[in-house]
Design a binder for this molecule. Structure first.
Ligand code: ADP
Ligand code: ZN
Length: 723
């Protein structure tokens, strides 16, 4: 028997199938999709069996495989095909595509460290005599007789020598059963009756066409409830589901709601789980013991059979795109590809859909669904925008009088407050502390980034540069800075102003310990705190009934991130956080402090007017030739020799120009990460409308450089940020 094996080595050169001979002792275990150990040069490597055949194609003498790593298949035929598709789509190695699908515990270098844990059980040998047992042996036998099967734990405290004797005499039989590290308890659950609007959305999907759906539902419109109802429908038909969430450790409340309803049919692929726990969850999925998988990006590769529906919550989130390392895939594309195989719908939900998704919905590529109202019938919270250019003078620390008086009001009423300190994009750009002025590229409308080494401001899309000013060109003040304030500082100010308020600070520092985040959310829910102060993590998915005020301390920072999506991301962040207010009986309000009260991304948050934002932003994207009018593809060229690098980058650019029509090619330019660890990098950005020609030329370029040790070329389609 001969097998074709893809070895686990990340090297463009080796990314193909090698043939090995299978000796007699292993032939019965051979299956496509298992891993084997093979000799490779002087190394021993693990690899995936991709084909089994009688005869080799090569004339060379074949080496023998050295062993079998898995007794069961780790990549089924669907996932094997999916990997090939992903390789083509992202122009990356096949092995990297398979590796990204598997839990870390299964990766070659980790395999030996993470074990499957077993529990030991005993049952009675039916063909044995029970004569002549002593009292302690009899005690064990009686227990086993009564319960049929008894675990070692249940026998603690009983003489272990008696147990050994019983085993030796073949009266008891020992059995090993896999033990999962996580245990879930059944919970009480009262099903909610869907509103007619929710009902309609559910019906459209489960009885409608099998295709992708975009669900635009304002915050608190009951999207999560809708997802669960759809999942339940497919569950009743014996089908499975995948639910993607942006960052699962940040959405404990959502997972909790799923657990209440579906118990241990859920497998949650948490980033906070240990590798061992993840491995256990993955095995439960493989065995069909879990039929609903909730997780972040890579959960899209869950080895489920018979998928009934794939749900992508917070569809607009850039966490669904893997930027580094390759394969640079988008979970949404993978979801749609898997849905073709399973012939199932994909539902993408958001209160602020990405422009790409909305544009596709308008073209009919996706079906469009909406939940335009909140479940509680109270309407969206009232939003007040505070112009800090004016309010600054009367502020205490970073708090305007408006925000302070509202906080005071809620403290008095024993209602809760969420405060957001927007730290997205801190310190990469230069802004004026006095007037909020930010330097932008005149060609790309992107914030310029400060480059310390050359003391210049640069556009990292097109390379435009200008010298650094000391005075603000707008107000003339000497107050340019690129440093932001931290949550700790805000907490100090707050406790000085409201000495008796109980403040809970939530940021990456205070939540680094495992389980801390969940604990904080639970204690805020129990109303042990009055104010929850935090970074972006307080904006997502939280559902507290007592929160009636949301305050945004600084709306602007994310507006200045050097990214063409900065307005979209800001609008979306502000709508998300605003959506935490007034979700239950009491109506909520929101106060947003900003230096740019007239910026459309902020102004339109006032009515949480997504349609108007969409229209405005689409116009700009059209003018500046950004997605969704043009697609982007970023090419990164990196290496140690900066001069050589630039030459090669220019060659690549010229070759692109010769081979592509109707595209715009920017660069090569060095990003704000020009040099990392003495590796230099250049970027070329391609704006294109049709991908066919790109898929011809780019693999050729990759091929050309794959044997060149001095130059590394990486490709990123639809980059979520510049590499
Ligand atoms: P979204 O995901 O759109 O923000 P959720 O599904 O979290 O909305 O719903 C908002 C709140 O309303 C939650 O507390 C949820 O439990 C509640 N809710 C949702 N649907 C219903 C319903 N049909 N009846 C009663 N309460 C509901
Ligand atoms: Zn530019």
């Amino acid at each position: 028997m001969v097998v074709g094996v893809l070895v686990e080595i990340s090297n463009q050169n080796v990314d193909r199938v090698f043939e090995y001979h299978v000796s007699e002792e292993y032939t019965s275990q051979m299956k496509v999709g298992i891993r084997v150990l093979v000799p490779f040069g002087k190394m021993e490597l693990e690899g995936f069996v991709l084909e089994i055949k009688e005869k080799a194609e090569t004339e060379h003498a074949l080496k023998d495989i050295l062993g079998v790593v898995d007794s069961t298949i780790v990549l089924n035929s669907e996932l094997l095909e999916l990997g090939k598709w992903m390789k083509e789509k992202t122009i990356s190695t096949l092995i990297s595509c398979y590796q990204v699908m598997l839990p870390k515990a299964l990766k070659a270098k980790n395999g030996s460290n993470i074990s499957i844990q077993f529990d030991t059980y005993y049952r009675l040998n039916e063909n044995c005599s029970l004569e002549g047992l002593n009292s302690s042996q009899k005690k064990i036998v009686d227990l086993v007789l009564e319960k049929e099967i008894v675990s070692r734990k249940e026998l603690l405290g009983i003489s272990s020598s008696s147990l050994k004797t019983l085993l030796r005499k073949n009266i008891l039989i020992e059995e090993k059963k896999e033990h999962y590290r996580l245990v879930y308890k059944e919970q009480d659950f009262v099903k909610k009756t869907l509103t007619p609007m929710q009902e309609k959305v559910v019906d459209s999907v489960i009885h409608g066409e099998v295709k992708p759906y975009l669900l635009y539902g304002v915050t608190g419109s009951g999207k999560t409830e809708v997802y669960m109802e759809m999942i339940d429908f497919y569950l009743q038909q014996g089908k499975t589901s995948i639910v993607l969430v942006p960052e699962i450790s940040l959405t404990p409340q959502m997972v909790q709601r799923f657990r209440e309803r579906f118990g241990d049919r859920i497998a949650a692929l948490h980033s906070a789980l240990s590798d061992g726990e993840k491995y256990d969850e993955w095995r439960r999925i493989c065995r069909g013991e879990a039929s609903i998988v909730i997780g972040a990006r890579s959960a899209i590769f869950a080895p489920l059979e018979n998928i009934g529906i794939i749900i992508i919550d917070e569809e607009h989130s850039d966490s669904y795109k893997q930027s580094d390392p390759a394969p640079r895939y988008h979970a949404k594309d993978v979801a749609i590809e898997r849905s073709h195989y399973h012939h199932c719908p994909v539902v993408m939900g958001s209160a602020t859909p990405s422009l790409e998704a909305m544009a596709r919905a308008q073209k009919g590529v996706y079906s469009y669904l909406e939940l335009p109202e909140r479940v509680n019938g109270k309407g969206l919270p009232e939003v007040e925008i505070v112009d800090m250019n004016v309010a600054m003078k009367k502020s205490r620390g970073h708090f305007s009088p408006t925000l302070l008086s509202q906080i005071e009001d809620r403290l008095g009423k024993k209602e809760q407050v969420i405060l957001l300190l927007n730290r997205r994009g801190y310190s990469s750009f230069v802004t004026c502390k006095n007037c909020g002025y930010t330097f932008k590229c005149p060609h790309c409308d992107i914030s310029l980034t400060y480059h310390k080494s050359s003391n210049t401001l640069r556009c990292h899309y097109c390379g435009y540069g200008e010298k650094v000013y000391t005075k603000c060109p707008s107000c003339g003040e000497n107050s340019l800075n690129n440093l932001g304030v931290g949550t700790q500082k805000i907490e100090e100010e707050l406790s000085e102003i409201f000495p008796t308020a109980r403040i809970l600070r939530m940021d990456y520092d205070t939540t680094s310990r495992k389980g801390m985040h969940e604990e904080m959310i639970a204690s805020f829910q129990r109303q042990e705190y009055d104010i929850l102060l935090g970074t972006q993590m307080v904006a997502k998915g939280l559902d507290f009934s007592q929160v009636t005020l949301v305050g945004v301390i600084n709306a602007d920072t994310s507006l200045n991130i050097p990214d063409f999506r900065s307005s979209e991301n800001t609008f979306s962040l502000l709508c998300q956080v605003a959506g935490r207010s007034g979700r239950a009986e009491k109506k909520g309000s929101v106060v947003i402090q900003t230096f740019n009260p007239d910026h459309y991304a902020i102004r339109l948050v006032q009515k949480q007017d997504y349609p108007a934002f969409y229209e405005t932003e689409m116009n700009l994207r059209k003018q500046l030739k950004y997605p969704p009018y043009y697609y982007l593809c970023s090419i990164r060229i990196s290496g140690k020799d900066a001069l050589l690098l630039f030459d090669e980058a220019m060659k690549i650019k010229r070759s692109l120009e010769r081979n592509l029509e109707n595209v715009i090619i920017l660069g090569p330019n060095s990003g704000n990460l020009f040099r990392i660890n003495n590796i230099f990098r250049y970027h070329i950005l391609i704006k294109y409308r049709k991908e066919d020609a790109l898929y011809e030329i780019l693999p050729k370029i990759m091929d050309h450089y794959k044997t060149n040790p001095k130059i590394k070329v990486d490709i990123d389609f639809n980059p979520s940020q510049m590499m």
